[in-house]
Design a binder for this molecule. Structure first.
Ligand code: HOZ
Length: 429
């Protein structure tokens, strides 16, 4: 039986009167999958609860950060205690040093790290730094990768832009777009060609080392290593956007998991344990160009905010102290993957599943999904149908075929079995 979402329906109508499209971030509006977004009232562990009182097993986990589940008690307690000592100072704190030291102890090639307030800000600042450091203007990004909504990234971007099929963005000037070159993901020759055609003009190559914004897409063997080599030869700053993968795939993120070093790395929501945080960091010789050490300007009153820092610090410390979490997450996600394969094979539904650790995505198609083009050629209407089937049975997947799913370690095998049972009751017709 379909859950009653009457309250969500009326809230969506009310929201549209004062919030553009009724949401504060486009994918939430369910535009691609259709229907009405459910309005979330609370969450605990692996579950979301909506305003109508329906319960869902959560496979978004705030798009990544709730690695240990919602309302994780040590994090909640730390936030409560910290808040009594004020919520913002705009002045340095001991906690910021402890946070930087903790991140450095988990990510071996980060010499210096600067806190900001979102992943967008982190990526935007990393590109500015790369330009300031190299004295060059152009950047290369990859089709379907999403690095937040700064002007220079809104070219062939994934996530919400792909979901809503937005090709060009009014408000982004042609000049800005001209400095952003794009290549298909997993195509090393395309990168080589762009670098040759723009000799001595490329400041940075920015990439999601494991993509989470056109579904989950894995780098092919030697792909990142090939780009690393080009960057070394051409004095190009190699930036890993680890907003989703950082501290999720391994304590040291994709860099550790894939055993490859970036020059700069960006983080987002994960390092705030779900609070609004971002950061960019990396090699000293580059990072020392940031103000006040150098002249590349970047600033923010809320950067290093004490509440955000204590939430992130507490969660990262838990992950550092309990590395078995990564094995457990991998096993749980592997269990889900294996069972979904079994279901769709038995039902003769053509599909591909991409997975690394606790990031996974399902594509209804008969070809490998390795880049934006192959992701777009999957059966999106069938995904949308599957999405609603799952939602109506209490399984909350991302409302777009172009987003990765994220598991939390609060998920039990009973939750996974329930998810598998619901998937098994899906029919293409
Ligand atoms: N574009 C975000 C995920 N890739 C979604 C953010 C949100 O709607 O909260």
């Amino acid at each position: 039986m379909k859950p009653n979402i009457a309250h969500s329906i009326s809230l969506f109508e009310r929201a549209k009167q004062s919030i553009p499209g009724g949401v504060n971030s486009p994918v939430r509006a369910f535009k691609s999958v259709g229907g009405t977004p459910v309005f979330i009232k609370s969450a605990k562990g692996a579950y979301l609860f909506d305003e109508d009182g329906n319960k869902y097993i959560d496979y978004i986990n705030s798009w990544g950060p709730m690695i240990l589940g919602h309302g994780y008690e040590p994090v909640v307690k730390a936030i409560q205690e910290k808040a009594t000592a004020s919520t913002s100072f705009g002045a340095p704190t001991l906690l910021e040093i402890e946070m930087a030291e903790l991140i450095k102890s988990m990510v071996k090639n980060v010499d210096l790290i600067r806190m900001v307030s979102s992943g967008t800000e982190a990526c935007m600042s990393a590109v500015r730094l790369a330009r300031g450091y190299t004295g060059k203007n152009k950047i290369i990004k990859f089709e379907g990768c999403y690095h937040g909504h700064a002007d220079c990234f809104l070219v062939k971007a994934g996530s919400g832009m792909a979901t809503l099929n937005i090709q060009t963005v009014p408000g982004v000037t042609a000049g800005v777009s001209l400095d952003t070159l794009t290549a298909p993901y997993n195509d090393p020759e395309a990168v080589k060609k762009l670098v040759e055609e723009n000799k001595n003009e490329i400041a940075a190559i920015i990439i999601e080392p494991v993509v989470g914004n056109m579904g989950c897409i894995l780098p092919e063997k030697n792909y990142l290593e090939g780009i690393r080599k080009i960057c070394d030869e051409e004095n190009i700053v190699f930036i890993f956007d680890e907003v989703m993968t950082g501290f999720r795939l391994a304590p040291g993120g994709a860099q550790e998991k894939l055993n490859i070093d970036a020059d700069l790395v960006t983080y987002g929501k994960v390092i705030g344990g779900g609070l609004p945080v971002g950061a960019f960091g990396g090699k000293k010789k580059i990072m020392e160009h940031i103000a006040p050490l150098g002249n590349v300007y970047q600033a923010g009153t809320l950067s290093g905010n004490p509440i955000a820092m204590i939430a992130g610090y507490t969660m990262l410390k838990e992950l550092k102290d309990h590395p078995e979490t990564y094995k457990e997450l991998d096993e749980k996600c592997g269990y889900l993957e294996k069972n979904l394969h079994e279901i769709f094979d038995r039902k003769n539904i053509k599909h591909r599943i991409n997975r690394m650790g606790s990031m996974i995505s399902l594509h209804f198609c008969d070809h490998d999904v390795i880049d934006f083009e192959s992701a777009s050629k999957a059966d999106i209407p069938l995904f949308n149908k599957f999405f609603h089937h799952m939602l109506e049975s209490g399984i909350y997947l991302p409302p777009s075929a172009y987003e990765s799913w994220f598991l939390s370690n609060a998920l039990t095998y009973e939750d996974l079995d329930e998810t598998i049972k619901v998937a098994d009751s899906f029919s293409e017709q």
